[in-house]
Design a protein around this ligand. Structure first.
Ligand SMILES: Nc1nc2c(c(=O)[nH]1)N[C@H]1C(S)=C(S)[C@@H](COP(=O)(O)OP(=O)(O)OC[C@H]3O[C@@H](n4cnc5c(=O)[nH]c(N)nc54)[C@H](O)[C@@H]3O)O[C@H]1N2
Ligand SMILES: Nc1nc2c(c(=O)[nH]1)N[C@H]1C(S)=C(S)[C@@H](COP(=O)(O)OP(=O)(O)OC[C@H]3O[C@@H](n4cnc5c(=O)[nH]c(N)nc54)[C@H](O)[C@@H]3O)O[C@H]1N2
Ligand code: SF4
Ligand code: SF4
Ligand code: FES
Ligand SMILES: [Mo]
Length: 906
């Protein structure tokens, strides 16, 4: 449709508003209650404009073909000005002192000519609530527009806010009126971001001094990959806000990406290289870059010369950029001469890469995040997105509140489980039985898509054979899930038009994690909801900011960049030609194999980039033994991590807010990362550090800049042939596969054919097999480990921010019935012991866990969960079985905490 705005004609899509028309014509309309992320309410009336001679609010009036809009028409402006003067009358004059870039009210006043004299007629004296570390409320600046309340409900889905008081005294109230910090607020910052007056603000923006600049980048915490604007003042980060209209997060964020940036200037940031000059028993001492790098390179070269290239191994970082990971694997292969390079994907979603490749052909999720908008039923298995991927969790919540179905498979009562139509509360480790049980019902009740199966899938006969052994009654014995619940879940999922499967570590981090992924993928194939318009596919909620990218770039012992097998001569030659160095033929060691090799005396040097293996890998006692057995441990980190403390050389690294490159999110979207601030002290990017080390080893890694590195990766990896910084800067994020400069990248995969050898989706016939450990008389509980909202993995960053005020210590979650039996009250110190060791922490009584099961996270060094976890791992990929450990529980005895115990491995 065509609308005239003053003298300009604009072309608009159906459903557009008059406000959109005015903006499309390049003019500004004052608005207060309107926010593009929210349904319009039209309550403030400051957006009044003339529409075909009538005075109407621009934000709620639909545009129509042939309409004439006059934003400057005097009668409309006068009415808008009167509305704004009424708002101003209730506000103190200091409302005008909020900088214009943080107050739409101030901008409205400038646009409509409302001055200080209109303010303060009826001042409030309602005070502030500064109880929350990030969300600061000044009630006297509140105009009761309800934008915060609507953000919390319509975008975040938390419903923590409401309006309280009457008429003129109406003001936002958190929870049931308690201090903000004690309310159900999850700290996503949506309310602060939307507030038009500064009534809601945050620490860095309360300070009225101007911001020095803003840099657009991608969040470095989780794999959602939110676009963020980083505002800088005085050389440090003042605030981080979500990018409105960004393709992934659409102006939303979470308490980590939005607020947890204080670590960048933590006093204990690593700012100079450290070196153990006097050998293992000597302390780490400050050193120059030249000395530290020279030392590391000298020892690496000597170990390599004496014991061969495979005596050296590199762990690359899923926190680092694509370009750094590309360089790390090139350094391992072309400079050190070994394929022993791996990344944190091993601990996380390696079973996704292997399972999804076997089922569909490529090692990534099948559909984009945007597809959740059209999903009418979600199967969320072994994932807790409202805590671990909050922007995705919120989007799922919104869809469910709008009527979409939800089936949750999780032993714990998560936030989403509370909303679910069916909560399949199976025993930890029983996924394969549960997914096979659902498949059994789908086929038995005619809910499968027979046409799709006949045309596009293989392996149905073999699957049917295995499913004969998985009727709901047997699944009930294996998993504890009642046959009726299983059938209800299968019917809800199987009768949806466009179902979506999302899953997390509750599926992968098991002894049979790859089988879990395969049997879950079966459900998408059986319902024809992958590779078609009739479904939203299978989305692994990949964890770290760049865990997808680290593997994509070839930081894997058996794959070169772009998942080209090391074993394939043509792939090796393609890389060797560009690198000017041969690529070793023998696949390298996986992370757990590196530790085993070290303990067995076969590994001399371990170079760890951005992973705290002492805290995050299972069975810390074994990891400690591995580090002790190495002649040389080099560690690049932002902080002196548990691993760095044991290293011989520690190199201070820049964090994501300080570097240039790209990250690839959970939906294969490649996004730019840009430096907002300089690294502190002498810290350098991992990119620069790898160049220094290679140089000291007498080699040149090429690719002087991150842009060059991505360009080189595009040249060696056909899957990424069309990616470049120039394109990303010009066109915005791109999905892979992106094989040529003319391609936009494939967001939805397999619409024509699957990328398997025969072009069909491969159904997997996998029987249920038990987890590595089962509870027994000595260790009668099952311990599940996972995550909590406020902290991130080892907590090295979030613990050094005010997130530590939101969650200050770890707890062991215990079902009240078990706690009663053992005489454990809330907050009591308890000892949890496994066959590997024991730790002490505070109990939290909650029915979020089932009787007989316990839960804790691994965010705090004084509650090191991985002292307890076992060496059992996915039989296909080696991903540790973090989700099942047999443990004993008792009130903690007096005395110091026990720490790692016997090194017996499960
Ligand atoms: N706040 C926060 N966010 C994070 C992180 C963080 O540390 N903190 N870490 C990031 C990383 S690296 C990752 S990988 C992701 C992880 O994100 P998620 O995979 O969502 O996280 P987890 O909490 O480890 O595990 C998810 C769920 O699996 C369930 N589960 C355990 N065992 C089983 C089982 O046998 N079957 C089923 N069906 N479910 C089971 C657990 O109860 C838990 O609720 O989060 C990322 N985002
Ligand atoms: N018990 C238990 N253990 C688990 C899991 C579980 O569910 N239960 N989950 C596993 C999973 S999924 C994962 S992903 C791992 C995560 O384990 P890790 O990767 O070890 O954890 P992170 O805290 O994400 O980051 C590791 C280190 O990288 C540093 N760092 C951050 N950014 C950079 C950077 O840009 N450069 C460099 N050089 N360093 C940087 C941080 O300071 C930190 O010390 O933990 C695993 N461990
Ligand atoms: S706090 Fe801000 S967003 Fe919330 S009602 Fe008041 S003025 Fe509106
Ligand atoms: S959801 Fe993930 S990517 Fe987005 S702001 Fe939070 S931590 Fe960052
Ligand atoms: S912005 Fe249109 S009525 Fe408030
Ligand atoms: Mo992860």
């Amino acid at each position: 449709m065509r609308v005239r705005v003053a003298d300009t004609a604009v072309e608009l899509a159906e459903g557009a508003t008059v406000l959109a028309a005015v903006r499309a014509a390049g003019q500004e309309v004052p608005t207060l209650c309107q926010d593009d992320r929210l349904a319009p309410v039209g309550s403030c009336r400051v957006c009044l404009v003339d529409v075909d001679g009538r005075v109407l609010p621009a934000c709620t009036t639909p545009a129509a073909d042939g309409m004439r809009v006059r934003p400057q028409e005097e009668r409309a402006r006068a009415a808008a000005r009167r509305a704004l003067e009424l708002v101003a009358a209730g506000l103190p004059e200091r409302a005008l002192a909020v900088p214009a870039d943080r107050s739409e009210l101030v901008r409205c006043c400038a646009l409509l000519g409302v001055f200080a004299g209109s303010f303060g007629a009826l001042p409030h004296r309602r005070g502030t609530d500064h109880s929350h570390p990030y969300v600061k409320l000044d009630r006297d600046l509140c105009i009761a527009c309800q934008r915060c309340v609507r953000m919390c409900a319509e975008v975040q889905g938390t419903f923590a806010l409401d309006m309280g008081g009457r008429g003129f005294d109406t003001v936002v109230v958190p929870g049931a009126g308690e201090p903000w910090v004690d309310s159900p607020c999850v700290g996503c910052g949506g309310c602060v971001d939307s507030c038009p007056t500064g009534a809601l603000s945050e620490p860095g923006l309360l300070d009225p001094s101007p911001l020095a600049g803003t840099t657009r980048t991608t969040c470095g915490y989780c794999g959602v990959g939110c676009s963020l604007d980083v505002h800088v003042r005085g050389g440090s980060v003042a605030a981080v806000t979500p990018v409105h209209g960004a393709p992934v997060n659409r102006g939303h964020a979470c308490v980590k990406g939005r607020f947890a940036h204080g670590y960048t200037r933590a006093r204990d940031r690593l700012t100079v290289p450290l070196l153990r000059r006097g050998g293992r028993d000597a302390p780490l001492e400050e050193a120059s870059w030249e000395e530290a790098v020279g030392f590391a390179a000298g020892r690496l070269a000597a170990i390599r010369a004496a014991r061969g290239p495979d005596a050296v191994a590199v762990i690359s970082s899923a926190r680092a950029t694509n370009e750094e990971n590309y360089l790390a694997q090139k350094y391992a292969r072309a400079v050190l001469g070994t394929n022993s390079v791996d990344n944190c994907s091993r601990l996380c979603h390696a079973p996704s890469a292997s399972g999804l490749t076997a089922a569909f052909g490529l090692a990534g999720g099948t559909n984009p995040f945007d597809d959740l908008d059209r999903a009418d039923c979600f199967l969320v298995a072994g994932a807790n997105p409202t805590e671990a991927h909050p922007v995705v969790g919120a989007r799922i919540k919104q869809r469910v509140l709008a009527g979409a179905g939800l089936v949750v498979a999780d032993p714990r009562r998560t936030d989403l489980a509370d909303l679910a139509d069916v909560h399949l509360r199976g025993r930890p480790g029983s996924n394969v039985a549960v997914f096979n049980g659902i498949a059994h019902v789908l086929l038995a009740e005619g809910l499968a898509d027979e046409a799709f199966l006949a045309e596009r899938a293989s392996g149905l006969a073999e699957l049917r054979e295995v499913l004969r052994d998985h009727p709901p009654e047997r699944v009930a014995r294996l998993s504890g899930i009642a046959p009726g619940d299983l059938a209800r879940a299968a019917r809800r999922f199987g009768s949806a038009e466009r179902p979506a499967i999302l899953y997390g570590l509750g599926v992968t981090e098991h002894r049979h994690g790859t089988d879990g992924v395969r049997t879950l993928a079966n459900l998408a194939v059986l319902t024809g909801s992958v590779g078609t318009e009739g479904g939203c596919g299978v989305l692994p909620l990949r964890g770290q900011n760049n865990v997808q990218g680290a593997s994509d770039m070839g930081a894997l012992p058996d794959h070169l960049p772009g998942y080209q097998p090391v074993a394939e001569p043509a792939a090796r030659e393609r890389c060797a030609a560009v690198w000017g160095a041969p690529v070793p033929e023998r696949p390298g060691l996986r992370i757990p194999e590196m530790f085993d090799a070290a303990v067995a005396g076969r590994l001399g040097a371990l170079h760890v980039i951005g992973e705290d293996i002492m805290r995050s890998d299972p069975d810390s006692g074994h990891v400690r033994a591995a580090l002790a057995a190495c002649e040389l441990v080099v560690c690049q980190d932002v902080f002196l991590s548990g691993t760095a403390e044991l290293a011989d050389v520690v190199l201070p690294a820049a964090s994501f807010l300080e570097k240039d490159g790209t990250f690839t999110n959970f939906e294969r979207r490649v996004q730019r990362v840009r430096p907002a601030v300089a690294p502190p002290g002498q810290a350098r990017s991992d990119f620069a550090i790898l160049h220094l080390l290679a140089g000291a080893l007498g080699a040149d890694l090429g690719c002087p800049s991150p842009a060059d590195a991505l360009a080189e990766c595009a040249a060696v990896a056909p899957l990424f042939g069309g990616l470049s910084h120039a394109r990303l800067d010009r066109d915005g994020p791109l999905h892979w596969p992106c094989r040529g400069a003319g391609e936009r990248g494939e967001a939805v995969l397999y619409l024509d054919r699957f990328a398997t050898p025969d072009g069909r989706a491969a159904l997997a016939a996998r029987p249920y097999l038990p987890p590595g450990e089962q509870p027994d008389g000595a260790y009668p509980f099952v311990l599940v480990t996972g995550r909590r909202l406020a902290h991130y993995n080892t907590g090295s960053m979030t613990r050094r921010t005010a997130n530590a005020e939101l969650l200050s210590a770890e707890t062991l979650d215990v079902h009240p019935a078990d706690a009663d039996r053992l005489g454990i009250a809330d907050g009591d110190r308890v000892e949890v012991a496994s066959r590997r060791g024991a730790i002490v922490l505070a109990a939290r009584r909650t029915d979020e866990v089932a009787p007989g099961e316990l839960f804790t996270a691994f965010h705090f060094p004084d509650a090191p969960a991985n002292v307890l976890t076992s060496g059992f791992a996915d039989t296909v990929t080696g991903c540790p079985e973090y989700k099942v450990s047999a443990v004993a529980l008792r009130p903690a005895p007096e005395g110091p905490p026990p720490g790692p115990g016997r090194a017996a491995r499960g």
